[in-house]
Design a protein. Sequence first.
Length: 137
Amino acid sequence: MGDPPTVAGEKEEEPMTQQRTAGGLDFGALRRAIEGRDAEALVGFYADDAQMVTVNKNATPSSPQVLRGKQEIARYLRDVCGREMTHRVEDGVVGEGRVAFVEACEYPDGVKVLGAATLEVEGGKISRQVNVEAWDE
């Protein structure tokens, strides 16, 4: 069955840096790349044939945004990381072949974005990511 999921506290940096999924993903390094807006580091976490599915106000569950392949995902990550905003990873859960977390973001004008992400991990790389997002208007 594997080890039970581990809850990654938002203020406990050291234990989180040592948490990996059974698939070999370093969650601490992923968190640092997200919070540091390091697009190139983030791209390195994805498998070549990865898929990213996003549901939000503009991409409904019936018609989600689907990015296929590392190149499409890289364009998206470079755009997001290039925006002047903060990113904070909270409530991380690391399990066998899966990672889930909440990402809280804020633009300089105070507009907030909240996203929940679930990652499937194979061979140390993200093979599929599902995001659900909401933001202030």
